[in-house]
Design a protein around this ligand. Structure first.
Ligand code: ZN
Length: 251
């Protein structure tokens, strides 16, 4: 199996795991279950558009997974009309939606009562998808310090049962660790797996990881250009602007 991070190779990976494991949502996971289980997780740091493409592919293959959405991403706004629509669509496909939260941002936002800001994010997300949220995943655990919401009453993807009691693999930075590829080549994955996949890293065409970032940059640039052009048109036709410019011209 090629490790080239195309959507085609992602499809092959899903088909492989469909033969060996049962795809299970975090909220449905039962530790006592003796069957081979895979918990497929997506942290959405960059774009819900890419997430939606992956969600559709998974749904066509009968695979369910959990999408963790972030309110403090500098790249997408969870309250944007299109993103609200996409989050609802992902949920409609049968996937679970969870909260991806940045502890350092929450602590900056409300140092004296971070829990209330965390709860506000949970409530807002649950409102947007019109369903309760039961599962959470911390953003940037390696650089954000301690997960202060580990014992928050929600299912936390970094709890021992999901990382110590099962094998954990991630495609972070568009790279697989040796052990993942060894399991794949020897066709001998452990019985219980948590697999973290970032949809932004998987594309139609085969491109290297830096080109992938360049493509995302171009996409954001063209979206920003379109929005700036919309503002320009609104400003041009604004009656106050016409009045102002007319007056100043005649002065
Ligand atoms: Zn993240």
């Amino acid at each position: 199996m090629k490790q080239n991070f195309t959507l085609k190779s992602y499809e092959e990976l899903l088909k492989y795991f469909k033969q060996t494991h049962n795809f299970t949502l975090f909220k449905e996971y039962d530790q006592q279950d003796k069957q081979n289980t895979i918990l497929l997780r997506h942290d959405i740091d960059y774009s819900l558009k890419h997430a939606y493409e992956v969600a559709k592919l998974e749904s066509q293959l009968g695979v369910k997974s959990t999408y963790f959405l972030l309110f403090s991403s500098p790249f997408y706004n969870m309250l944007d009309e299109e993103n609200i629509f996409l989050a609802k669509e992902i949920a409609k496909l049968g996937h679970e939606i969870g909260l991806h939260y940045d502890v350092s941002v929450i602590l900056k936002g409300n140092k004296s009562n971070p829990r209330s800001l965390f709860d506000a994010e949970i409530n807002l997300l649950s409102n947007l998808i019109e369903n309760p949220i039961s599962t959470i995943a911390m953003h940037n655990p390696s650089i954000s310090g301690e997960d202060i919401f580990r014992e928050s009453g929600y299912i936390n993807t970094y709890n021992e049962q999901f990382v110590k009691d099962m094998a954990y693999f991630s495609d972070s930075c568009m790279a697989w660790r040796n052990n993942f590829v060894e399991h794949l080549e020897q066709d001998n994955f452990p019985e219980k797996i948590q697999l973290l996949i970032h949809p932004i890293l998987w594309s139609e065409k085969e491109v290297d990881r830096y080109e992938k970032l360049d493509h995302f940059f171009q996409l954001k640039t063209s979206e920003t250009e379109d929005m700036i052009n919309d503002s320009r048109e609104i400003w041009k036709n604004h009656s106050g602007v016409i009045e102002h410019d007319q007056r100043e011209k005649n002065r």
